[in-house]
Design a protein around this ligand. Sequence first.
Ligand SMILES: [Zn+2]
Length: 168
Amino acid sequence: MTPAPGDAAARGPTREGREDVLTAHDRAGIDAWARAMGTTVRQVDEDWESITYEAESTGPDGVRLRCRYRYRIPPVAAMRRLARTHVVGMVHEVDGARCHHVRRVIPMGTTDSELRHNAVLIASALIDLQRHGRCGAGVATLVPYMVVPALEWEVRPTDGDAPRTPKA
Ligand SMILES: [Zn+2]
């Protein structure tokens, strides 16, 4: 379980084996690296202000090689994405216990209800993809208990308690 919303920690660092991580300065850089290594570039993370791409290969000595590039979304577009970002909390049952998952997602939509609906769809698909093998979380069993626009989440005063720190 991770202490804050978002997926970076959920994915976690690789603990097995050695690895080298390179950072590309632009998209052309990571594309060139991937071509040279005979591998492909894929999107591995996304938030309102950036998209992270990664390419992975294995060196001749067995060292895992990765190249990362974080694309910073231009400010105007980033602010539009921030306005759409929702924090979604979902719960499901595992052996009689409740298992909670929280994700930040950026749904498409024009009305509030459309955004909330799509936020739940994206979050449940994401949790299923990332966690099904670990706790059995699935689209069919996850129930939303919270859908909050990220901007409201940040400015909403706490109810006199400690700041809310949802669990992943
Ligand atoms: Zn779970």
